[in-house]
Ligand binder design. Sequence first.
Ligand SMILES: [Zn+2]
Length: 113
Amino acid sequence: MGWSKKEPSSAEIKSIEASLKQVEDQKREMIYQLGEVFYDSNRDAEVVDELYKDKVDTIKKLEYNCKVWNNRKLKTQGMRQCENCGNILPYESSFCNKCGYKLKAVSEELVII
Ligand SMILES: [Zn+2]
């Protein structure tokens, strides 16, 4: 049986590695999208399966901390954001001048994750 080891060219290897990376990236993107769909449909659910609960809770905390950092950034500019419609207002505002929402205290404390 004639079997001889073939030395692949580096161009061939590069091409295969590029294809492999493309498929891995597509797979990672699909897993990300799956997680996003799952999170969106479970973030406000009363009961989340124990298997996913920690991750859903951690993502909620991360979302909250994003809001806190955004608030801190706006505050440096003397501004705040309406929790109801997203309108940017002077920091000292009590009501939103766009939707009329009564503004709450600005969240500035990070939650520990
Ligand atoms: Zn508003």
